[in-house]
Design a protein around this ligand. Structure first.
Ligand SMILES: *Cc1c(COP(=O)(O)O)cnc(C)c1O
Length: 236
């Protein structure tokens, strides 16, 4: 089943790249493995997956301990400041920086370990109340503030679009994030590049690719419906 799903996602990625005249190798597929047990990740690894996304600190830590060293781990979920220290040296990229307080904590923990943390800024393009993220109009100022932190390297922007039946509805959101990244790139800000646009999930990654996504985060499209943690009913 995993192989079948992965082949299908790969085919859709290629088609979306073709439609938009983009090269397939400009798009990184992040396999979002949250709630899935280590054995399932190992199976995906055996099929060639090397980039996994997780949204919980403890889960990411445990899985990265248990699985091979050549995996690239991405923290895609909301990150609490008191947990930064557990993952700072385990992840390639933190997708979800949405406050200066969090950035300062990442700076401090990265400095302690003499490393540079690669991060994306989460932007709440859709303006949904329930979502984390910086407002689009505040993003540039936020980038300027982050550029003062020497152990943080801003690599681009991330957004979570609303759940919609028809992914066309999210096209303006992806286009807006892309425009924002182009506008910020033009300012040539110290410590900052806008090479990464992390947008698109199972329900809308094709449209996201057409609008310039360089990273897509696909969970259920690869692994099927999420597992439920013991004692939990809400799997989001
Ligand atoms: C869970 C999650 C995804 C993957 O969602 P699917 O709809 O299952 O593809 C992508 N990004 C973030 C931030 C997530 O939390």
């Amino acid at each position: 089943m995993l192989k079948h799903n992965m082949d299908q996602v790969e085919e859709e990625i290629c088609k979306a790249c073709e439609r938009s005249g983009r090269s397939r190798d400009l798009v990184t597929l992040i396999a979002v493995s949250k709630t899935k047990p280590v054995e399932v990740l190992q199976e995906a690894y055996n099929l060639g997956v090397r980039v996994f996304g997780e949204n919980k600190v403890q889960e990411l830590s445990e899985k990265s301990e248990a699985l091979p060293d050549d995996i690239h781990w991405h923290m895609i979920g909301h990150l609490q400041t008191n947990k930064v220290k557990y993952i700072i040296d385990k992840v390639d990229l933190i997708h979800s920086v949405d406050s200066f307080r969090l950035a300062e904590t990442i700076e401090r923990e990265a400095a302690k370990r003499n490393l540079t943390a690669n991060i994306l800024i989460e932007v709440n393009v859709a303006g949904e109340e329930s979502k984390f993220g910086i407002k689009p109009e505040e993003t540039l100022d936020f980038v300027y503030k982050l550029s003062e932190l020497p152990h943080i390297c801003v690599k681009g922007l991330m957004t979570i679009a609303p759940f919609v039946e028809n992914q066309e509805e999210n096209r303006p959101i992806f286009a807006r994030l892309r425009k924002l990244s182009v506008d910020i790139e033009r300012k040539n800000i110290h410590n900052t590049t806008m090479g990464i646009l992390s947008m698109g999930m199972t329900n809308d990654y094709q449209t996201a690719i057409e609008e310039g996504a360089t990273m897509i985060r696909v969970g259920t499209g690869i692994f099927g419906a999420r597992d439920v943690y013991p004692g939990q009913t809400n799997v989001r």
